[in-house]
Structures are given as C-alpha cells and as structure tokens.
Write a protein that binds this ligand. Sequence first.
Ligand SMILES: CC(=O)N[C@H]1[C@@H](OP(=O)(O)OP(=O)(O)OC[C@H]2O[C@@H](n3ccc(=O)[nH]c3=O)[C@H](O)[C@@H]2O)O[C@H](CO)[C@@H](O)[C@@H]1O[C@H](C)C(=O)N[C@@H](C)C(=O)N[C@H](CCC(=O)O)C(=O)O
Ligand SMILES: Nc1ncnc2c1ncn2[C@@H]1O[C@H](COP(=O)(O)OP(=O)(O)OP(=O)(O)O)[C@@H](O)[C@H]1O
Length: 485
Amino acid sequence: MYLSEIFEKAPHIKITSLCSDSRAVKKGCMYFCLEGMNCDGHDFVEQAIAGGAVCIVHSKELHDLQNGVAYIRVASVVETMNQVADKFNGYPSRQMRMFGITGTNGKSTTTTLIRDLLNHFSPCGYIGTIAIRYGEVDKEPIHTTPDCLILQGVLKEMADAGMKNVALEVSSHGLEQGRVLGVDFDVVGFTNLTYEHLDYHGTIENYFQAKAKLFHLVKADGVCVLNVDDDHFEALREECEARVVTYGITKPCDYRADEIELHPTSTTFTLVHHEESYRVTTNLVATYNISNLLCAIACICESGYALKDLIPYLDTLAQVDGRMERIDEGQPFLVIVDYAHTPDGFEKIYSYAKAVTPSDRKIISVFGSAGKRDMKKRPVMGEIADRYSSLIYLTEEDPRDEDPKEIAEDIKKGMRHANCVFIADRYDAIRTAVETANVSDTILILGKGDETFMDRKNGTQFYMGDHKAARHALKHYYFGNESES
Ligand SMILES: CC(=O)N[C@H]1[C@@H](OP(=O)(O)OP(=O)(O)OC[C@H]2O[C@@H](n3ccc(=O)[nH]c3=O)[C@H](O)[C@@H]2O)O[C@H](CO)[C@@H](O)[C@@H]1O[C@H](C)C(=O)N[C@@H](C)C(=O)N[C@H](CCC(=O)O)C(=O)O
Ligand SMILES: Nc1ncnc2c1ncn2[C@@H]1O[C@H](COP(=O)(O)OP(=O)(O)OP(=O)(O)O)[C@@H](O)[C@H]1O
C-alpha cells in the first residue's frame, strides 16, 4: 500500500509493513512512536530508520529529520495506528461479526463457548489467552488481546480463511492501551468485575473504567450483553450507548438460568428467555460456568440465532483447555486442573469443590501465585484456600525473579487452619497431592490451567503443564489408597 492512500497529501512511498518496535522494523516499514510505561518510542526513531523505516508517525516534535523519510505528526499515535492497521489489512472486522468479551474472569470460557456453539452454524475464529484459532489453525498467542498491529493482521487472516465471526477476549490492559480501537464490534459482553490487576490500574474504579471502554466501541446498532448478577451492572449499563441485553441467575433478566441442579459432571437448569423456557442439561459444571454459558448464548441469540437451535448443543460443549479440566485416570477421587488465579475465581472453584466433595472427605490444593504481579492478592487467596482445604501444597507459579518460597510465605499470611507445605517443584507438589489423596477426596490444581511454560528468573522455560503432570503422577505414583480414610 502507498502512503498517499493512507494519508491525504502524503508522498507516494510504498509501505510494506507496520511496526511499533524499532527492534523489529523491516525495510519499507511505517514506524509508530508509542509512549509506554518504561520508555518512549519517540526515542527510537533513529534506530527505526536505520532498520529500514520509511515513514515515522509521531505525536511529539522530532529533530534531525532525515531526507527520504516521511514524518506524519498526529494528535494520538495509538488512534492513528489503529486506523492505519485496519485500513492496511482491508478493514477485516467489517467483514465478520465481531464478538468482544471482557471481565475479570470467564473471558476465555465465554469466547470459547461462543466459538464452539457458533461453529455449528457459521465459521468462527477465537483470539484470546488460550490460543488464536480459526479453521484448522491453532497458534500460540503473545497476549490475551494482541496489540493492534498483530490483531488486525490476524483478523485479515481469519477473514481470508472464510471466518464469518470472531470471538475476541478483550483484556483491561488491551483496552487501556487502545489495542482494539480499530475493531468494529457487533456484540460486546461483560462477565464480571472483581479484584485483579490493581498493580496496573491502581484502583478498582480505574479498572472498571478500562473495562467500560469496550462498551463505547460497539456499533450504534450493536448489542451490549451485561451480567445482572455483577455488582458493577448498574454502573456499566449507564456507560452503554447501544442496546442492552441482560443475563443472570439471581435477578430478573432477558436470559436467566433458574432451578439450577449441580452435579459432578453436568448441570441441569431452566433457561428462561422472555416467553420461552427450556429445561437444559449441559456438560459444563459449576454455577459460574452457567453464567458464562448464559453470556455466550445471549451474545449468539442477539446476533440473530434462535435459542431453540442452540439447545441441542449444550450438553456436548467442548472442554475449555485448562478450565475446570477433570483429569481422570480411573482414580477414585476427583482431580481438577483450573486456571483460577484471582480471589473471586478461588472463591467460585472452592465453593464448587465443596458442593461435590463429601463433607467427611478432604479438599487438597496445589497452587502458588505469580511473581512480580499483584502481590496484595496473595494472602487473600491463602485465606480462601485455607477456609476450604484440609491440605495445601504451595509451589512455584511463574515466580519470575522472585523467590517462590517467599511468595508462598506471603500466601501463608492469610492462612490459619490448613496443613500447608511448600514444595518448590510444581510437578513434585502435584505428585505429593496425588500420593496423599484418598477415596472421594478432591484435588484442585490451580493457577496455570493449560499453560506449558514457567516464567523463572532466567526466562520462560518449558513446563509439562498441570494436566500432563497430574496424569503422569496418577499413572506412576497412585497405588490405591482405597482402604485409607
Ligand atoms: C503492562 C503492559 O501491558 N505493557 C505492554 C506495553 O509495554 P510498555 O508500556 O512497558 O512499553 P515500553 O517498553 O515502555 O515501550 C514503549 C514503546 O517503545 C517501543 N520500543 C521500546 C524499546 C525499543 O528499543 N524500541 C522501541 O521501539 C516499544 O515497542 C513500545 O511500542 O506495551 C508493549 C508493546 O505493545 C506490550 O508488549 C507490553 O505488554 C507486556 C509485555 C505485558 O506483559 N502485558 C500484559 C500484562 C498484558 O497485556 N496482559 C493482558 C492480559 C491480562 C489478563 O487479563 O491476565 C493481555 O491482554 O495479554
Ligand atoms: N464467571 C466466572 N466467575 C468467576 N470465576 C470464573 C468465571 N469464569 C471462570 N472463572 C474462573 O476463572 C478462571 C479463568 O477463566 P477464564 O480463562 O475463562 O477467564 P479469563 O477472564 O479469560 O481469565 P484470563 O484473562 O486471566 O485468561 C477459571 O479457571 C475459573 O476458575
């Protein structure tokens, strides 16, 4: 594409790629100077030009301008970058129905459910924490919400591959940093807002405001799907300019789950939507997943599909990787791998574990907390785990350059009752939990979900993953404690 096609009165220079990192520019690239938390992209203009940049988009005054390079000064580099990336890629989000889901917990689950259900009717891509998926393509993501240059490129790939819909996880970091400003959202959904990421946002109000940005990015004739059960529902409704549709469990709303019966491997409930009512069985477990399912159903139905057509697919929904994943090697106790890593996520998964574990049996927990991330939540999560568990194995969980034992000490500050042991190696902690479990106990392995890496002080290293670790330990170290209690 030529620069003159992007900016009026700009020289006729060929632009071959877009970039916001001077270390990655290629010949013919347009470089965007972004102001970050650690440094300012304006300081790397020379490096960008040396690497081959032919156009610099900036907001601050630059000196020593070079011949042969076009300089475009704009009020907001982020906004311009989004517009250019959208145009450069042929406006891909206008060619597909775009679903954006935000919230503290449940984004990956809800977007995966949207994709899984919609794929029965019309091809849908997924972009989020777990992967970038469309058709047969399955790629590792860098971020939950990719930066706009990557995002628009991926959207183009999806449109070119025949996707008609995209379910996109939209993180608060992504919203704050304007990564989705160029996306034309048709449907935006909200799961919940609880304590998380305050190291980045500072206050819960700022965090809410970041999430609320998504609801200003939906098309005028689009839909905002809100959770009536969440404490921030009313405040978020105030922010919505497009039509609002509601879902929930505890209050009257447009899509409601009533008479919920929780079972260890399924859930039954009555799905009420205005005059329609269906008794539904789904293979999803735990009440919070019913909330996620309602959000997904509301998003799909409000984009034109009939509720009755979705019902047949609700009892064979795909397992969401690392989310409430049951590991079954024939052992007589429950082993669940789950990505819970927030106080609310902990509260929810423990209340589910309590509901399905006989009262005279143990809940055994294995978890840690991420290094160099929100440290205040550590004792809070320790307190919750302690309230429900008989035994806790604290272990490493992406310690980065912190000492995992010291992170464990922070977690322990919230504990008062449970037996708690620190085992540095995560596999060893999982193995020990398996060796200690008895019939009808529940082991919860929390915090890493489907991730197969460990961020340590010497960088990101391969980790076999909690699901594989649990399977391996069950196969090799569980010898049957059936007679013990
Ligand atoms: C806190 C955060 O989100 N930081 C993001 C931010 O980094 P930053 O503000 O520190 O950027 P910076 O290092 O100051 O650099 C500013 C600019 O100068 C450029 N630069 C910098 C150095 C150089 O030599 N040359 C150069 O051009 C950089 O490319 C950048 O454009 O902008 C960078 C470029 O887009 C991101 O890669 C980076 O994500 C970091 C790696 C990150 O870990 N982000 C996480 C927290 C995140 O976004 N997570 C959410 C999910 C959260 C959740 O729900 O769990 C996500 O959506 O993934
Ligand atoms: N609606 C919900 N309410 C509370 N907790 C939930 C909800 N949905 C999922 N969780 C918990 O949060 C964990 C992460 O779920 P999921 O990956 O769907 O959320 P997410 O918002 O995508 O999180 P992240 O952005 O960190 O990946 C789950 O493993 C579960 O423990």
